[in-house]
Design a protein around this ligand. Sequence first.
Ligand SMILES: Cc1ncc(COP(=O)(O)O)c(C=O)c1O
Length: 387
Amino acid sequence: MGEETINRYNREATFTEKYDARIEKFGTKDVMPLWVADMDLPTSPAIQEALSTRIAHPIFGYHHFSDRYFQSIQHWMLRQHKWQIATKEISPINSIVSALNIAVATFSKKGEGVLIQTPIYPPFMAAIKHQHRKILDNTLVLKNGHYEIDFEDFEEKAKEAKLFLFCSPHNPTGRVWKKEELEKMARICKKYDVTIISDEVHADLSYHDNVHIPIAMIKEARDITITLNAPSKTFNVAGIVNAYAITHNESLKRKFLTLFHRYALIQANPLSMAVTIAAYEQSDAWLKALKETFLENLQIINEKKDKISPIKPLFPEATFLLWLDCRELGFDDDTLNKWFITEAKLGLNRGSSFGKAGEGFMRLNFAHPKQEIKEAIALLENAIDFF
Ligand SMILES: Cc1ncc(COP(=O)(O)O)c(C=O)c1O
């Protein structure tokens, strides 16, 4: 990314949640906002160019999803994840979060159980609570700085579950699930007839030898899984793009799409179309450089880890989100959150919003220019000095 990572962009002028919602979220504008999961880094040059070209054409009427759009997704899945899919298995949807809610409405009834693994991206819990289903929490187990699955508990919960809202890679823990873990979960879900909704929006952002495997590639999961994805996280275009679902099983796909059709929820968007194609056809080199930037940012944090002790960063296997174990500070949840705002002057996501298992943790978004990550760590170091 070269010079671009050094540049700072003034996002305050662009109606950006990360900046504009600071007062609402933290009670002050005086925090460096490292919370909501988008990047303070520019999207790929190919996407910028595709958008400029599309905008130069001054007509923005109704659109349809073109063959090229579907093929760009199909080729991306094969190139990036060795996953062979047919274009007819791809269904455009609006956003992943709306799809999670619709999946809960479609595949379960009031009072029935939905399996999740906390700590978890908050909309997973909201989708279940708002629709009066029962949360079945297969809480992840933290062992030596690494989150693992309690499979016995997973099986117990699966017996009662109608569906499993799966996050892979996992937000906020940054886990990339291993093949054996996926196989065990798939086998259990198949055994108890549990539909898997696999949110794989962070799939393209895995590091080192942590290889993301779409769970639908596992034999037992193939016919019971709906995979949700989008270019939104990978290419920093969350404000523009449509997400999509991939479903091998045609009747499962049809059932899933019923409510989308009933309420006319799917609409092609001219900018989204241009972005998706440019992302998936012309941005491979940019993505490689982006991941190097992320690893450099993690390195900056790693080098300072003794200075920010007792806060322990749990380095992720994927995502640009860093889960900080702050339990040794000994604060209750409100005090911890307040300490980050007033003493460290950092606006992070509070761990407890990811479920009870997140209490004592904070989530830091490191998709920022290197200089900002250095400043953020310096702010943390300074606050620790006064602790
Ligand atoms: C796991 C996960 N799913 C979904 C989303 C948001 O997806 P969308 O903007 O398509 O609703 C996020 C954003 O942070 C996320 O981390």
